[in-house]
Ligand binder design. Sequence first.
Ligand code: GDP
Length: 454
Amino acid sequence: MFDSLSDRLADALKDLRGKGRLSDADIDRTCREIRLALLEADVSLPVVRGFIAKVKERAKGAEVSGALNPAQQVVKIVNDELVGILGGETRRITFAKNPPTVIMLAGLQGAGKTTLAGKLGHWLQKQGHTPLLVACDLQRPGAVSQLQIVGERAGVKVFAPHPGTSIGGEGQLGVTAGDPVSVARSGVAEAAAQHHDVVVIDTAGRLGIDQELMKQASDIRDATEPDEVLFVVDAMIGQDAVSTAEAFQDGVGFTGVVLTKLDGDARGGAALSVREVTGRPIMFASSGEKLDDFDVFHPDRMASRILGMGDVLSLIEQAEQHWDTQQAEAAAAKITQGELTLEDFLEQMLMIRKMGPIGNILGMLPGAGQMKDALSQVDDKQLDRVQAIIRGMTPAERDNPKIINASRRLRIANGSGVAVSEVNQLVDRFYDARKMMSQMSGRMGMGGGGRKTN
Ligand code: GDP
């Protein structure tokens, strides 16, 4: 996510470190480099100009602060201004006083609207809402069934125009397949009748901007009077993100932006210009194809991430969602006693993995930018193999892997699709790690110091 921009900004700010005083020339040089970094990341020119002008003005006028050295002061200014262009305060969904709240999705084909409908539905459900997804993309072949699949995966109901394949039964009567406006209208009526408190309307996109597309989206908007219109934009489309956003702003109007595909390697900076250019806040960010690869967009956390300061708050939130404290404490107690088994290890690993791909989790730590090469080596598939090996063992073997003889090792290897050497390695490393953890916790005074394990 914005990796190359992060690298370039880190380089630009690095030269200031260790300087007791910053001359105007130092600030000009740094600002020139920041400017290049932003332009290279595809942030649009007017946005870059405004940004640099503000940073320069504040950096030159900065009074000497006791707490921060000059370099830190510039970093703080860049951070503040970055939070500013990203929208300042986190913008949350405005829910209607009289449900259902209607959220309409708009954007080009392939922007990720249908995928997002599922993610949003899943997220809303986790927040205690009872969403209904409405399939109004009747243009793209397969879009309706895609939404139904996504809805099923998310455990969220879908209202669709095809008889027999959707919920609602009577709610569909009178819906003409092929008329997205009447599907939208019926979807909202269905939600009201079935007491869904939020409706998410998936609409059709085109490959490019055209009048018909805008007209259809505006007609759906007029028919359903949405509380939120979310413009969904693929962060990887570069400068086109800005022009597309402007066209949708003129043609349909929207209340918020959703950035998708932030997991891509692309420069993504154009998407960062959307807020500044349209004046509409970025409300959500999507960073992968899975249901959970989605979160509220927090401008301050994103700025902090771009500046390589990590996003520990999001990490904590994810941990809170998936962490089972009792289980973790029980495992910690076993570690100090030197009694951790492969079964415990598997449970811990599954808990951590619920938080998302390991690379993403580690990527939220401060300084992750500098460890990028190491992080790219972290492979979830390797963890899948470890899980498969442990699953192939009997409970007794997981408790005491030493009892696994050569023929069982071969069975486990065959059953989990790995080489015998990987099974051996896992067992050896497990004993080494258990010993080390137990010794460390003893040294740190966390417990009984561990008993001798092997
Ligand atoms: P729509 O035409 O706007 O409804 O777009 P879709 O929801 O069908 O998404 C288009 C493609 O982008 C699909 O292959 C999705 O799986 C993929 N996609 C959507 N969101 C993301 C994301 O955040 N990251 C990645 N890598 N792919 C995504």
